[in-house]
Design a protein around this ligand. Sequence first.
Ligand code: AMP
Ligand code: GLY
Length: 444
Amino acid sequence: MKVLVIGGGGREHAMAWCLAKSKRVTKVFITPGNGGTAARLPRPSGLAITNAAEHTKSNAPIENIALDPVKDPQSVADFVKRNDVKLTVVGPEAPLAAGIVDIFRKEQLPIFGPTKACAQLESSKDFAKRFMKEHGIPTAEFETFSDAEKAKAYIHARGAPIVVKADGLAAGKGVVVAMTEQEAIAAVDMMLLDNKFGDAGARVVVEEFLEGEEASFIVMCDGKSALAMATSQDHKRLLNQDQGPNTGGMGAYSPAPVVTPEIHARVLREVINPVLKGMAAKDTPYTGFLYAGLMISPNGAIKVLEFNCRMGDPETQPIFMRLKTDFTVLLEAAIAQQLDQTQAEWDSRTALGVVIAAHGYPDSVRTGDAITELPLDTDDCVTFHAGTTMNNGQVVTSGGRVLCVTALGGTPKLAQTRAYEAVNQVKFSGMQYRSDIGYRAIKT
Ligand code: AMP
Ligand code: GLY
């Protein structure tokens, strides 16, 4: 069968790579895709094969399709009909918030993802917080404001540290963890008065500061049941030892030992099941990936920091390196509402992905730097592309997070060593990466 992945980041490269491995798949389309999913990577000396299609003969070919799933989702539905695509999976939040799943459903085209109504769990922090309160899902205490003076009075009353969040989608930059009241007030000014995030910042959520260790808990939902993906942990800060500004994620690994079997059961009981019940009660049953960003306190209490209505990036890359079950089988079971009868099998090894970012990330990113010495993909190490494009036969940078080099190893340390061996081969001007991905899982 032919399948389609919507998106063009590292997460979507990993999804396309996973689908291309399925014996049932004859062709993987991806829109818009990136330099790593481009149909044919040229191979001048030193430039490796990074396209799964070329890597193993049995893999299905991958082809980039130049469509705009956010501005013109209908064109994607038309493409699917014209090309007899049997299964579509959506990576990023923007096409979901734009309603691509609703359009596909109207035309009875099989797609896995949340509807626009469900995507509000990510696209509006206020919606998510109210939903959690209503359904008894543990989360930080909060208030929502559109009036700057009222927000500041609340901040003064609560004191620092305190967290200020833009209500809408702000490309991962709408959260300020303020260690002083002054920082929190400045964040309110930036969002409500200076309009830094436009409509996304027209309301702010001010919430209690939580301490503990974070983990990403991702499940597939079919409206009634959930199937847990392998656990993972992201590294949000730019620099080693979790210093520097927040980013979209500088690396991730799976499994995350902080999610013990007890915590796993607790998250399903206290978070995931109430979301399924609560969304069904609103007549908007939740379908698609659901990502709960968790804070786990030292005494094992869990609180939800955020919901995303998609898989994480870069969490997907190590998670999918470990997936042994055919991804099409999981997608079909979810679309047929049969996740309660489905299991996913995972490689018992650790997978660890290191993001290599461009010059200037996460602020003003420089693009157009030529990437050389891409490592050859092997069974235990794959270079997933994100912000790359093909330019006259050369792979060049085209976004903030450029590559995610992901490796498997028998222990977190071995996975880390293997990943950095490959990272150290890559060369492009201005590249930056953390050298401590996975440190929490590695006991010295
Ligand atoms: P979010 O997009 O809501 O997940 O926030 C981005 C990052 O900010 C999270 O991954 C946390 O590291 C941090 N953060 C968000 N909310 C809080 C909170 N209430 N307390 C402490 N840190 C937080
Ligand atoms: N890596 C965090 C996210 O995808 O939101």
